[in-house]
Design a protein around this ligand. Structure first.
Ligand SMILES: [Zn+2]
Length: 333
């Protein structure tokens, strides 16, 4: 992966107003906070932060994530504290808008009401930084106490949307479609992870069965020209995480990442970090990977950033302001 870019492009990326629309909050707590709790166990930077590091299996990644995230996330207050630190880091990267998800399983695990977690995250947002919170649910999570949580989720005023997390291999169930429909009827945005390790069929399935308005990753669609054409025609955005895809071996190499083909075909693409606690990636590096490994020009990087604001849950006037800033920056570059 080549993230080495010329200083003008690096400065352009820094100055670009940006969004992040695919971030798992449990996998985004700054490592220094986790390490601070247990310095003996968590020493220097994790080896998975090395640029060329790649996980051999998804299980290895998951084990690492649970080990670190569960050390930190023990209460709603911890969500608040982590969110404050995450938002500060993002502001330093000139990110103006964030969509982050929390894992529904934590409600049962910690015994904390989910709405308190949503509120704890939102109250951490500083002025001028917009945050939208999504509930991440596995395909087989409709059981036990979580049934009630899922049934009541559409009534949670502060919740902005829902997202399917976890294994893409498991089948979607009837309740998935019903809950996603109810969420939309309540004005929430619906997403699903699909096409990260699976192919075009899995992307088509979340579009047709769940009728999602946004696909997380979705890069498996690139192998199917008819689906690519449909995504472009229907304007369905893909929230793509290039460095995560590289480190989890969802792609052969960064140079062959399908975001290039999808973008060129007119599919709306955004870039995000997914799980920075594990990958050690910054949003700057995501843009730098597009420029360094895939030849994205300033205009193309600006288009990615612009799409982030276009799909954001923001009033039109706010979107226009950020997009104008991007366009001005591009004219001067
Ligand atoms: Zn993800």
């Amino acid at each position: 992966m080549n993230t080495r870019i010329d200083p003008e492009t690096a400065a352009f990326i820094d100055r670009l107003p940006k969004t992040e629309t695919h971030l798992h909050i449990e996998a985004a707590v700054p490592y220094r906070l986790v390490a601070g709790l247990n310095p003996e166990k968590f020493g220097g930077d994790p080896e998975s932060w090395a640029q060329e590091y790649r996980f051999d299996t998804f299980k290895e990644f998951e084990d690492r994530l649970f080990e670190m995230a569960l050390e930190w996330y023990t209460s709603a207050e911890r969500y608040h504290e982590a969110a404050r630190a995450i938002f500060e880091e993002l502001r330093a990267e000139n990110v103006r808008y964030l969509e982050t998800s929390f894992h529904i399983g934590i409600i049962e695990f910690l015994g904390v009401p989910g709405e308190e977690i949503v509120q704890a995250i939102k109250e951490a947002a500083p002025a001028g930084f917009e945050v939208r919170v999504f509930m991440g649910i596995w395909r087989d999570h409709y059981q036990g106490a979580l049934k009630t949580v899922i049934d009541e989720m559409p009534n949670w005023k502060q919740l902005d949307g829902v997202d399917i997390h976890g294994s893409e291999e498991k089948p979607l169930e009837e309740w998935n479609a019903r809950a996603w429909e109810e969420a939309r009827a309540a004005g929430k945005l619906t997403k699903a992870h699909a096409g990260e390790f699976t192919g075009a069929d899995s992307v088509r399935e979340v579009l047709d069965f769940l009728r999602v308005e946004r696909v997380e990753h979705g890069i498996g669609a690139a192998g199917d020209p008819a689906l690519v054409e449909r995504l472009a025609r229907e304007g369905i955005p893909l929230d793509i995480c290039p460095i995560s895809n590289y480190k989890l071996r969802a792609v052969e190499s960064m140079e062959r990442h399908p975001i290039r083909r999808l973008f060129d075909a007119g599919v709306r693409c955004t870039v995000s970090r997914d799980d920075p606690l594990i990958f050690g990636n910054t949003l700057h590096q995501e843009y730098a990977a597009l420029a360094g490994s895939l030849g994205f020009t300033h205009a193309e990087l600006a288009a990615i950033a612009r799409t982030g604001f276009e799909v954001a849950l923001l009033p039109d006037e706010a979107k226009r302001k950020h997009i104008e800033e991007i366009d001005t920056l591009l004219r001067r570059s």
